[in-house]
Design a protein around this ligand. Sequence first.
Ligand code: FS2
Ligand code: SF4
Length: 546
Amino acid sequence: MYCYQCQEAAGGVACKSQKGVCGKPADVADLQDLLIYALKGIAQAVERGATRDEEVDTFVITGIFKTITNANFDGAVFEKDIAQALEIRDSLIQSAGISADTDALSFHLKGNLLDAVLRKNKMVEKASEVGVLATENEDVRSLRELLTYGVKGIAAYYEHAANLGKKDTEITDFIYKALAATLDDTLSADDLTNLVLECGKFGVNVMALLDAANTEAYGNPEITEVNIGVRNNPAILISGHDLKDMERLLEQTKGTGVDVYTHSEMLPANYYPTFKKYDHFVGNYGNAWWKQNEEFKSFNGPVLFTTNCITPPAKEYKDRIYTTGAAGFDGCTHIAADAAGNKDFSALIAHAKECEPPKEIEKGTITGGFAHNQVLALADKVVDAVKGGAIKKFVVMAGCDGRMKSRDYYTDFAKALPQDTVILTAGCAKYRYNKLDLGDIGGIPRVLDAGQCNDSYSLAVIAMKLQEVFGLEDINDLPIVYNIAWYEQKAVIVLLALLSLGVKNIHLGPTLPAFLSPNVANILVETFGIGGVGEVEQDIKEMITA
Ligand code: FS2
Ligand code: SF4
């Protein structure tokens, strides 16, 4: 096992012992590497002219998504997917009449070896030959992994959009191109750097696609006071990012006497007009993903994970964990879609009826729903506040939360911001400050939550609109600073997307990615002015009051 794809990589270097910091066992990490490698083989065949169909796209995209941090811990799922990936690869190669000659594909086809190994059930041994360390040059390795993680983020967002019927072959074409490129020894570091930047452009496209999918299906998010208390009915908690699953669950629980609450990244479902119509949709329970061990015990009812972030469940509640889509955990019930694409959540509903109602852990409300449409509806007010000097700066604090103590920085930073600043947020990073009473500026709350991590797209739309209103040539001339918290690979694509929009001087924390080699980190620093974070007081001086 050698995994360094997330911010919590052991020792700031990599998880390489029996278990990752996230709880991913070494054999599952190896199987994930093998699956990614097998999917790269499909990509090579596609790049060599094989015709893939939507079924192949779905398989590849979901496969990539399953390898994102905290999405799927089930080794059996990966074994099955690896075998299926090789079958798909071989049938693509055969139908396109591709021969294993001396070009890039031959690298993977040496992988007849891979097939032989698989037949002998020795997948894990093979994994060490195809994982991160298979690339010797540390800069090439760093760029290949950066590209792979960006693609993981694209795949995750693409899957949610596709679940709502929105597809775009330009995006899937890029996924194959990028995956195949990570096995191409003829590409230079410059070529790979260009691909990483192109990846950012597709990051913008996929977030726009998902934004259209979500808003066309469920309406534009609107200002909402979300209840964080509980009612006295049995209930189901839904976590993750997939809004189609949210809709299915609300429909199927209607009239059953079972309430529904959101958890972590599903909180923004409360902001959508369509979902507000369900009387049994009570509000949000708990905080960011890493507190689930405690909060799921007191929730009492079943929990449905539609995506990451799962932490290994404690035995007290493991039987109440259900997964669907790309999510999975061995020993927990997985609810797959049937051939017609429907999902049956009746087992969860029956389970909920046997459980006690949730125990109250908080009371009151939190405010959100400031995606682009809502903020632009307030544009006059916002522009007046900026012109009149009531708002001096916007601080984009989007991204992820995590369990490390060092993330207290973001709470302290939010508290220390001057009163004439407004935080623009998206993603689970918000839980570090969305329950602080930071007040408002002339009726504009000082924390504007656009939604899930993918709704960082909204923040970019807002920035571009302000640039237009103020007649600025450069997006970096706006009074906006970026202090972004990252954890997993969706944050990587959000970062690359912002870079592709020309945003400079982004601060990234709480630590820079372990997968950036010193030279690659330098490129990011020199070209885009990317920086880390330090002490709150000093950072406030440098970013805000300077
Ligand atoms: Fe938070 Fe985890 Fe949204 Fe990330 S709930 S770190 O998945 O993608 O953000
Ligand atoms: Fe470690 Fe993160 Fe990889 Fe988990 S995903 S094994 S915590 S680097």
